[in-house]
Ligand binder design. Structure first.
Ligand code: 9UX
Length: 71
């Protein structure tokens, strides 16, 4: 199963920020992430049997960015 979650990511100020987040997320098993700097938005496909949204959020927060769940 593959799910998609969209998160709002705050605190990114240059393109290296979004690239950095993408790189870390894409290293996670079963995760495929795209981070848009201008939109402050991360679109993340993940396999819920391998990762949870909480795991994904934690990765981003540990890099020093803010995360909010988009409605
Ligand atoms: Mo750019 Mo982001 O110099 O953490 S990488 S601001």
């Amino acid at each position: 199963e593959q799910r998609t979650v969209t998160l709002k990511v705050t605190g990114m100020t240059c393109a290296a920020c979004s690239n950095r987040i993408e790189k870390v997320l894409n290293k996670m098993d079963g995760v495929e992430a795209n981070v848009n700097l201008a939109m402050e938005k991360a679109t993340i496909k993940y396999d819920p049997s391998k990762q949870s949204v909480a795991d994904i959020r934690a990765k981003i927060e540990n890099l020093g960015y803010g995360v909010a769940t988009e409605k």
